[in-house]
Design a protein around this ligand. Structure first.
Ligand code: PGA
Length: 252
């Protein structure tokens, strides 16, 4: 990680966790955070736990998804304003599980990104290729296309507080991790693409690009030592306070 970018370690609980896990996670993380403020910690629990998440702590609160619409007749959806009112600072957009299982297109992801940014919250934009795309040499194309839709409808201000999470789909929940070199190469490509577009060029050096996909206590330090890897988006290992704080320690 480059020293000018503050490391961000984010937990994505997906459809897991309860009040008891929230309590034990918050107290475990607070202990580590008091040792090192160099790292920013974010927890994205399911929506129903957001109200119980004490924002008085040094831990940022985030949501895993949001509607692209402002409000109205969208049964089962949740708006950015609602998440803002519940104290969220960050919102994940375009997680591969949303794209694959719920058919979210690049266009929908772009709409969500812009709505989150324009409501004053911080979008965490997830990007990533499938195994088949990687094996057929399509990785760069896929990532550039995923970014392009957003670049098309956003302006430079929308990127000011954004974070990117590169998550190769084949590494999510599979125990397979991109090698640190492979991840670094892809992160560098994403940063290069941000430099090449007028809208994103102003944030290209400062935006944090997190790695996600089977980040664990035993591989975190090496991944996070790469120049363009500025943190992690952690799924499975964020459901156990001991594993998660080991990753926070590895990051410091
Ligand atoms: P994983 O999930 O750490 O379990 O691979 C990461 C994610 O999907 O955000």
């Amino acid at each position: 990680m480059a020293t000018s970018r503050r490391t961000l370690i984010a937990a994505n609980w997906k459809m897991n966790g309860d009040l008891s896990l929230l309590g034990s996670m918050l107290s475990a993380v607070k202990e580590v955070n008091s040792d090192s403020m160099a790292i920013e910690t974010l927890i994205c629990p399911p929506f129903t736990l957001l109200g119980a998440f004490d924002t008085g702590s040094s831990i940022a609160k985030g949501a895993q998804n949001v509607s692209q619409h402002e409000g109205g007749a969208f049964t089962g959806e949740i708006s950015v304003d609602m998440l803002k009112a519940s104290g969220c600072e960050y919102i994940l957009v375009g997680h591969s599980e949303r794209r694959e299982i719920y058919s979210e297109t690049d266009v929908v992801v772009a709409e969500k990104f812009v709505r989150v940014a324009r409501t004053g919250l911080k979008p965490v934009l997830c990007l990533g290729e499938s195994l088949q795309q990687r094996e057929s040499g399509m990785t760069n194309r896929v990532l550039i296309d995923q970014l392009a839709e957003i670049i098309k409808i956003s302006d430079a201000n929308d990127w000011e507080n954004a974070v990117i999470a590169y998550e190769p789909i084949w590494a999510i929940g599979t125990g397979k991790t991109a090698t640190p070199e492979m991840a670094q190469e892809t992160h560098a490509l994403i940063r290069e693409e941000l430099r090449a577009n007028d809208v994103t060029q102003p944030v290209a050096e400062t935006i944090r690009i997190l790695y996600g996909g089977s980040m664990k206590p035993d591989n975190a330090a090496e991944l996070l030592s790469q120049r363009d890897i500025d943190g992690g988006l952690v799924g499975g290992a964020s459901l156990d306070p001991n594993s998660f704080i080991s990753i926070l320690r590895a990051a410091s």
